[in-house]
Design a protein around this ligand. Structure first.
Ligand code: ZN
Length: 267
């Protein structure tokens, strides 16, 4: 896999995940943006339980889907990038950009099509906002995302290393931009020019409809600025803004089994 042994890929992914988890955990403790309103241990058991379920589901039903599809595309010279024979220096950044734009579009679809919203709202129903919110997605929505990613890989034919980098960047930014880390104001102002910061994405988790229909971006903040969905700050300040979904403000929203069933319950 372009110098990277396939067997070392899960180790690399897990090492980065573990490092990031520890780093953000300490930054949230050292410099929290908001006071937690609900039991952190209960939320974390639920959110990490959901994440473990997703890892299991994807590894059972869609094993190594992205990397496998990329290797197959390279071998058979499928996809746009192979057709126009792009150099890795262009194809890797280009894949990262197109991948992020695809996830921005997918995220808007998950908000605008009702059955998809019922899957995505579990993520928004978290009652506090911290790094564990960034790994809390319904298993069915993860499978849909994986199939969209598979389609993109087969259309573009990126290098396997590009697919791995995009996956790691997405997981990293998702945990970072959902974290409860209060970045220094000047650092946030610089970082938000190139990456979605916690203060940018938190606006998207507001109960206020005018705010949760903004800031859909995952890695890069540019799509929101280009398509007019960027909102710099919440109407209230960050410590006071209300997080979650107005109709789902009870403690069931942090119960594992209730969350798995939530897409199938009545509105
Ligand atoms: Zn959303």
């Amino acid at each position: 896999m372009n110098g990277l042994e396939a067997s070392s890929e899960p180790v690399l992914r897990f090492s980065i995940f573990a490092f990031l988890l520890l780093f953000l955990f300490f930054m949230e403790l050292a410099s929290p943006r908001r006071k937690a309103l609900y039991s952190k241990s209960k939320r974390w058991i639920t959110n990490f339980g959901i994440s473990a379920t997703n890892t299991f589901m994807v590894s059972v039903f869609l094993p190594a889907i992205g990397i496998g599809a990329a290797v197959l595309s390279q071998h058979n010279e499928w996809g746009l990038f192979n057709f126009i024979d792009l150099s890795p220096w262009i194809s890797i950044p280009l894949y990262l950009l197109i991948f992020d734009l695809t996830f921005y579009c997918q995220h808007r679809l998950f908000h605008s099509i009702k059955p998809l919203w019922k899957l995505h709202r579990m993520h928004h129903a978290d009652l506090d906002y911290d790094l564990s919110t960034g790994i809390r997605f319904h298993p069915l929505s993860v499978i849909i995302s994986s199939l969209i990613k598979l389609s993109l890989i087969l259309i573009l034919g990126p290098l396997a290393i590009a697919v791995l980098i995009a996956d790691i960047v997405l997981n990293t930014t998702s945990m970072f931009n959902h974290s409860n880390w209060k970045l220094p104001t000047k650092l946030d102002a610089i970082l938000r020019l190139i990456v979605v910061t916690p203060d940018v994405h938190r606006v998207h988790h507001s109960t206020d409809p005018s705010e949760f229909s903004c800031n859909f971006g995952f890695n890069f903040p540019w799509w929101d600025r280009i398509f007019g969905t960027y909102k710099a700050q919440p109407n209230l300040n960050h410590p006071e803004m209300k997080i979650g979904i107005n109709e789902l403000q009870d403690s069931k929203s942090i119960e594992y089994l209730h969350l798995l069933a939530q897409p199938f319950t009545k509105d």
